[in-house]
Design a protein around this ligand. Structure first.
Ligand SMILES: Cc1cc2nc3c(=O)[nH]c(=O)nc-3n(C[C@H](O)[C@H](O)[C@H](O)COP(=O)(O)O)c2cc1C
Length: 280
């Protein structure tokens, strides 16, 4: 799969999850077979980047794999500026968040709240795409609510604005993270646009991954919560997609080795003071 001029090693993407997908976790997912691991959402307001915590969460040019950074906000000029600054700091792909259901984000008309305002969506997408010369992706929920369905309209608008790939989390904003994921809107979007479609939501094992790809016709899959505690899910899914066979469970000794390596990397990244004092 190719996003812009970047060739991905496969069609499996590790989802951005605030508070979880820090640099050590992204590196782990990359080693375990994710084609891209997207960094967490950064506000488009540069004032909030001055804290040490925010600086830690920006991408670093020595990260393994493709460096994709997500930005969130509702002002087209601020979003364009945020995209430029992140590209200057090493981002190779910009991802725009229009999927976040959190009230504190939606109150500022950012994240999934924007899906109610297609004209503003269009202004933001144009501004960001024209601000940078790297590929721009968009991430959305299927719709704001069941009675406000416009997934296909947003997908077409994204295509018209020059977005290169669209990730669709298979729930309306109203469903937050609960309720069965419905993949019909993703399938409809895929049938109506020619940009890359990335299906997301409740993919927890190789069989589901195959089923979602087959049903939606999506070009790629994004996996979030199922990778927490089991980052090797990417290689399990890839093996199944390639061969139709399931890998045997990862030996416990290998799980222990990965766990300890991950803890060491967390200590290295955040400093010894923020982790457990000793690690075997
Ligand atoms: C703790 C947590 C934090 C998240 N943070 C973000 C975020 O910053 N940006 C975003 O686009 N999605 C975020 N998400 C949504 C995930 O990227 C993903 O769309 C969602 O979890 C559905 O995929 P899954 O069923 O594979 O987990 C977050 C999800 C969780 C559980």
């Amino acid at each position: 799969m190719q996003i812009g001029h970047y060739q991905l090693t496969n069609c499996l993407i590790s989802a951005q999850m605030s508070g979880i997908t820090d640099r050590p976790f992204r590196a782990l997912c990359h080693t375990m077979g994710a084609g891209i691991a997207v960094s967490k959402m950064l506000s488009s307001n540069p004032k909030v980047w001055r804290t040490d915590k925010s600086r830690l969460h920006m991408v670093h040019s020595d990260e393994p794999g493709l460096r994709s950074v997500q930005i969130a906000g509702c002002d087209p000029d601020d979003m364009a500026a945020a995209a430029r600054i992140n590209v200057a700091s090493g981002a190779q792909i910009i991802d725009i968040n229009m999927g976040c259901p959190a009230k504190k984000v939606n109150r500022k008309l950012a994240g999934s709240a924007l899906l109610q305002y297609p004209d503003l969506v269009k202004q933001i997408l144009y501004a960001v795409v024209n601000a940078v010369d790297v590929p721009v992706k968009l991430k959305i929920r299927t719709d704001w609510a069941s009675e406000h369905r416009n997934c296909v309209e947003i997908a077409q608008l994204a295509e018209d604005c020059g977005i290169q790939a669209l990730t669709i989390h298979s729930r309306t904003r109203a469903f937050l993270f609960n309720g069965n994921a419905g993949y019909d809107s993703i399938r409809a979007a895929k049938q109506n646009v020619s940009i890359l479609i990335i299906a997301n939501g409740d993919i927890t094992d190789p069989h589901e991954a195959r089923a979602v790809l087959d049903y939606t016709g999506a070009d790629a899959l994004m996996i979030g919560r199922a990778a927490q505690g089991k980052p090797w899910i990417f290689q399990e899914i890839q093996h199944y997609l390639d061969t139709g066979e399931l890998l045997p469970p990862m030996p416990l000794g290998e799980v222990k080795r990965l766990l300890i390596k991950h803890i060491r990397e967390l200590h290295g990244f955040y400093g010894q003071g923020k982790g457990a004092p000793d690690c075997p």
